[in-house]
Ligand binder design. Structure first.
Ligand code: HEM
Ligand code: HEM
Length: 182
């Protein structure tokens, strides 16, 4: 099914909520596990971080190309052009960052010479060679990316609440899979 002004496809809705809820867990999880001493709890949380991050990648990466081809249609009723422009810019920031963050995370691991593994299955073998500059650069980018997501999410969430509380339109209901009226 295609996205229409009245209804979004099931894929669009599932993709949005898997990535959104995933990111809402990932940022505090990342900040928490990096604050812990090395030990079994840190290792377990890091494994969850990597696994959930790869799930986010699978859903977020195709969206970049889908949205280059076609953005979401406007909800019936319409909004001021500046509102639509701001909303789309914030959405593009989130689309790009949710696809990039897992790729940067993978590069952090590879730059340490480590292997990328999920449930004991090696997805990318380690080289055993640490590349210091790449490691420092990707760690910094991962940290900056996480805080950029937090900032954009604050704007995005405020916009969503404006739709619910002030505009009283169907934008959020449409992203929850419901059909909105013309
Ligand atoms: C949307 C997905 C992701 C988000 C929002 C996210 C967020 C975070 C945050 C907030 C931190 C703590 C701050 C920092 O030190 O950078 C962190 C650390 C880390 N993340 Fe992620 N992450 C994501 C995906 C991944 C993936 C897929 C991997 C690996 C495959 C990964 C690997 C790491 C590593 C190695 C660290 C520790 C970096 C350090 O020690 O400074 N992340 N992540
Ligand atoms: C409770 C929190 C959230 C609510 C209520 C919400 C709501 C919405 C709504 C209503 C739309 C559709 C806007 C439109 O029709 O123009 C949307 C789109 C979008 N949201 Fe969220 N969102 C939330 C969390 C997040 C998070 C955490 C992220 C990512 C970090 C995110 C990323 C996006 C993106 C990238 C789009 C564009 C979707 C596309 O082009 O397929 N959202 N959101």
């Amino acid at each position: 099914m295609q996205n229409t002004p009245e209804r979004l496809s099931r894929w669009t809705v599932v993709q949005h909520w898997v990535v959104a809820l995933g990111v809402i867990v990932m940022v505090p999880l990342g900040l928490y596990f990096t604050s812990l001493e090395h030990g079994p709890l840190q290792t377990r949380l890091f494994t969850i971080h990597v696994t959930l991050g790869l799930v986010i990648l699978v859903f977020a990466f195709p969206r970049v190309f889908q949205r280059l081809y076609r953005t979401l249609p406007e909800v019936p009723g319409g909004h001021a052009p500046w509102e639509t422009r701001l909303a789309k810019t914030v959405q593009w920031g989130l689309i790009a960052l949710t696809a990039l963050m897992p790729l940067i995370g993978i590069t952090i691991i590879m730059s340490m010479g480590g292997r990328l593994a999920v449930a004991g299955v090696t997805l990318l073998p380690g080289t055993g060679v640490k590349v210091e500059w790449l490691h420092d650069a990707t760690e910094t980018l991962h940290w900056l990316g996480a805080w950029a997501i937090v900032g954009l999410f604050a704007l995005h969430f405020s916009g969503a609440m404006k739709h619910v509380l002030i505009d009283k339109d169907g934008t959020v209901r449409r992203m929850l899979g419901q059909t909105v009226e013309r």
